[in-house]
Design a protein. Structure first.
Length: 255
């Protein structure tokens, strides 16, 4: 039986939290040690970005676990502004943009900080934040554009491209999740049955697929079954297939 089955969600949360912060700290220390005298401007801005994220994490953890504060939203304006400042300057250095563009990005950074202050002061919920959507779209477009340019050049592999690939993936997923969660929060209570119907349908499909592949992937399907059925003292190999209502059958699909 997999050890993950016996772990509680709280344990998994703290494990992922410690792992992510450890990797962040290790990346920053390694970058400082290896590139401290590097004249490559892009790497310097990347280290500045890591320093910003690491600093925000330290302040948040200090507020929660030392000061016992239940509200760390005051860090949001600094996070959204400094994140945009460091990454926009990094993209500008990579694309060799003029000083005018750099100053424009600094101006946008100030606007994002002002909006963050207003949201922190008058609205503790950052769901409708324009700055969050704008900054993530900016990073996705910027990273994607750089990657497309490098693909078109067909030069020798550039290690720095891994950074832009990671940024593109991270901010694309972040933007997608933000938009989905924002849409879900706008759904009326009377329409919530649609979500429950989708959830039940997906659960049914997963249940059938697990039982279908159980004879072939016996250990893998058993682990997944135990994770999603922790309160059920059973095994997937002792389960039976659910009875599908006959009215679900659609003859037109077979024509």
């Amino acid at each position: 039986m997999s050890y993950l089955v016996n772990l509680k969600m709280r344990d998994l949360f703290f494990i992922s939290l410690i792992l992510s912060n450890t990797l962040l700290l290790a990346s920053f220390i390694y970058g400082i040690y290896k590139y401290r005298s590097n004249k490559f401007v892009v790497l310097n801005w990347l280290l500045a970005y890591l320093a910003v994220v690491l600093s925000i994490e330290i302040v948040n953890k200090f507020s929660i676990y030392i000061l016992r504060s239940e509200d760390t939203s005051y860090t949001y304006p600094f996070y959204i502004a400094l994140e945009f400042f460091t990454l926009s300057q990094m993209l500008a250095a990579e694309l060799k943009l003029s000083r005018i563009w750099r100053n424009i990005f600094i101006g946008i950074c100030v606007l994002l900080f002002v909006e963050g202050i207003l949201l922190w002061r008058y609205d503790k919920v950052f769901g409708p934040s324009f700055s969050l959507i704008f900054s993530r779209m900016f990073f996705v477009i910027g990273s994607g554009y750089i990657l497309l340019k490098e693909i078109a050049k067909r030069n020798t592999p550039n290690p720095i491209l891994l950074v832009y690939e990671a940024l593109l993936f991270y901010y694309l997923v972040s933007l997608f999740l933000f938009l989905v969660l924002n849409q879900l929060s706008d759904i009326e209570v009377n329409s919530s049955y649609v979500l429950w119907s989708i959830n039940n349908l997906l659960s049914l499909i997963l249940d059938i697929l697990l039982k279908w592949f159980a004879p072939i992937l016996s250990f893998t399907t058993e682990e997944i079954f135990q994770i999603i059925n922790q309160g059920k003292n059973s095994s997937i190999h002792l389960e039976t297939f659910p009875e599908i209502p006959l009215k679900w059958k659609n003859e037109k699909l077979f024509q």
